[in-house]
Design a binder for this molecule. Sequence first.
Ligand code: PMP
Length: 432
Amino acid sequence: KYTGPSFETMSEIRKTRLNPALTTYYGSPLAFHQGHMQWLFDINGRRYLDMFGGICTVSVGHSHPKITEALHKQIQKLTHVSNVYFHPKIHEYAVRLTEKFPGNLKVVYFVNSGSEANDLAVLMARSYTKNFDIVTLKNAYHGMTYQTMGLTSNTGYKYKVPQAPGIHNIMNPDVYRGLWGGTHCRDSPIQTSRSCSCSVENCEAKDKYLEQLRDIFKYNVRPGGLAAFFAESIQGVGGTVQFPKGYIKGAYKLVKEHGGLFISDEVQTGFGRTGEHFWGFEMHGIEPDIVTMAKSMGNGFPLAAVVTRPEIAQALASSMHFNTFGGNPLACTVGITVLDIIEEEQLQKNCLEIGTYFLKEMEKLKAKHSIIGDVRGKGLMLGVELVEDDKNASPLDSKRFMKMWEKTRDMGLIIGKGGLFGNVIRIKPPIV
Ligand code: PMP
């Protein structure tokens, strides 16, 4: 039974004592006080099916008993000791986590949030390449610190302050909403409705989008002067946006030709969520130079990381690089247990099976209802784009979207919302 402050008291505290820019979902916000696996319970005792997992964060389930037990044991033994000393957990976790990566991606830096991880990745790329310029995609979300707000390309998350210098946001290769379509779905169970008609081997849309990247070297960045290219494997906040098949591979090649590093932001797509692979970049057939991760990594515990190759890490070794909480014994205990659970409960396979089934069923609904413009994603990283008219993809009027959204809440279903026009249903549940 809930015994905490009333809804009215919390509302008052929100209004007067908390960040006023914090948006709340729904007309009358929900107040949760308990969770169990895929379920959330509000303070009135009502149960909800959580299809958003705290924005793609609760991966192996709310209050998973195995994590609770491991954390309890660890907190009784040792909570914190600075990394200037040895403690077993960070060493154990460093090995377990880097085992999940291909090639020489074997050095890990533990931090506390996705923004912090991307910030560090910028520093790393600039220090290694001795170049300054960074390229990111429009509609991307990479964080909210000074530097990462610059990487993020969505005015909803920008303030009227000078944005970090040296960052170029290029045209987004969005298969559904972009100028040139694309063929990302050719090898997946569904076809996107506005895909172009060319073949996977020779996708013209991919080539046109890559031309945009080439233009950067003509007009903005000196040839050979790139520090890094950043991309999410599937855009998350941007509305589960996928790229034309072959685009990321082509971008990787161009980035290499211009002396830059390829940085994969796996904050949403990592840890098995996309089903076929453990990391999203694997679906694109590339091996990035730097990978950033957070969210699912700690199942809700503040835990994030940057993984790279030893020679890149070495470029940061000229000064002291230090992080007080990064890799503390509690965070590492949670991280190790998350990996154990994903393996023991075969959750990556679960993402593939349930996600593919979900996509196929949603595709059937799309055929029946013109309000569904696009159904997309991979595994349990899914998006449903709602439109007024599926011929021209005009975004669903926000009042209609909100009405639908409130209804799902009344039905006991928690789903996310996103995309540039706020008209995409985001489905990223705990992967149990
Ligand atoms: N990258 C991506 C892809 C994200 O979705 C987010 C968070 N929405 C971040 C980075 C930033 O993570 P954090 O909020 O932990 O700073």
